[in-house]
Design a protein around this ligand. Structure first.
Ligand SMILES: Cc1cc2nc3c(=O)[nH]c(=O)nc-3n(C[C@H](O)[C@H](O)[C@H](O)COP(=O)(O)OP(=O)(O)OC[C@H]3O[C@@H](n4cnc5c(N)ncnc54)[C@H](O)[C@@H]3O)c2cc1C
Length: 315
């Protein structure tokens, strides 16, 4: 499959990138590693005029420490982050998710910004134009209803980032820059909760940095996938424990990861949390594994990450 005809613009600064977006009447995408957006364009999932390449923008690169936060440029590759020693030392849940993201070849190309802003996926949506035309466009494509849950004016596509759940469990924040200046938000605020338009990021805004409080944490990450060599998560769970407070995030089911905070982890709070996860996670039949199995496995993975971390903390 080949790319549609597009204007390609390589930006050298953030301002240049934002100006190029403005000139495209909003019909442009930013390009980081391209591992999510290029296949999407080849499948004709979007109609745009231009790709604005961010790879040469220096402000988006590198990892540094700023006021007790680890600051990661949005264009830093997953591989560079995984191999940055403080990440393994301080944030085990994040290190494990980076290591479990697809394969090392993809980690060397894919960036953390692109990983967080990857679009939602569905077995009935990430298909060629011909396939989708034959089936009839779904709600996410501008059709009347969802092709998985008929007669619903809603989208149930899954947000499949490996790295967003651990980042949420680590209380990460994001810096965004656009035509109206810069803003800093909690990472969870980047999600709209709507699978059709999954992000609250404004047109033309650029995710510039991810910030994580630089403290030693205990944590774990688990992912269910069919082929360990490359696949996206079909359900995932991340847990971080810090000063007795646990943060659990469960993802790859629905529009965004679910986040729960528990101040006092004991047998009763653990049981309540598992019940809440089971109730919150509402998969539909839009992946290669049955929805009922993914629902059960959300609870299994959540329990596994929590018990592993508590065992280590009490050792
Ligand atoms: C075979 C295959 C397997 C994969 N497996 C996994 C997996 O196991 N786990 C997983 O999490 N992902 C997986 N992915 C998805 C994807 O490759 C990764 O998430 C990757 O990290 C995306 O980063 P990128 O830099 O390539 O993003 P791009 O494709 O460049 O961008 C993705 C989106 O983010 C936007 N964007 C990128 N950077 C910015 C920015 N700074 N500001 C504003 N917008 C921005 C782009 O416009 C685009 O819409 C897989 C992809 C493929 C093709």
């Amino acid at each position: 499959m080949i790319l549609p005809q597009l204007m390609y613009k390589k930006a050298k600064t953030l301002e240049e990138a934002i100006q190029s977006f403005k000139k495209s009447d909003g019909k442009a995408f930013y390009l980081a590693g391209g591992t999510d957006i290029v296949p999407r364009l080849k499948l004709r999932l979007h109609r745009i005029n231009a790709l604005i390449d961010l790879k040469a923008v220096k402000e988006l690169k590198g990892i540094s420490v700023a006021n007790e936060w680890l600051s990661i440029g949005a264009n830093t590759t997953l591989f560079e982050i995984k191999n940055h020693p403080p990440v393994k030392e301080h944030f085990p849940a994040f290190f494990q998710s980076l290591d479990a993201t697809s394969c090392e070849t993809l980690q060397m190309r894919g960036t953390i910004g692109g990983n967080i802003l990857q679009n939602t996926r569905c077995l009935f949506y990430n298909k060629s134009l011909e396939w989708r035309k034959a089936k009839g466009f779904c709600f996410k494509m501008g059709g009347e209803s969802c092709n998985v849950v008929p007669n619903t004016k809603a989208c149930f596509a899954n947000y499949c980032s490996d790295n967003a759940p651990p980042l949420l469990s680590l209380s990460a924040e994001a810096i965004l820059k656009g035509t109206n200046g810069e803003r800093r938000i909690k990472l969870e605020e980047i999600f709209s909760g709507n699978s059709k338009e999954p992000f609250t990021i404004l047109p033309g805004e650029i995710l510039t940095r991810i910030l994580i409080p630089l403290r030693k944490t205990k944590g774990a990450y688990e992912k269910m996938r069919v082929r360990d060599s490359i696949d996206y998560p079909l359900v995932n769970a991340a847990f971080t424990l810090e000063n007795g407070r646990g943060k659990l995030s469960v993802g790859a089911v629905g529009a965004c990861p679910i986040l729960h905070t528990v101040d006092n982890m004991n047998e009763n709070t653990l049981r309540d949390l598992m019940d809440r996860i089971y109730a919150d996670v509402k998969p539909v039949a839009n992946t290669i594994l049955p929805a009922s199995y993914r629902k059960k496995m959300a609870r299994v993975l959540a329990k596994r990450v929590i018990t592993n971390v508590l065992k280590e903390a009490n050792a």
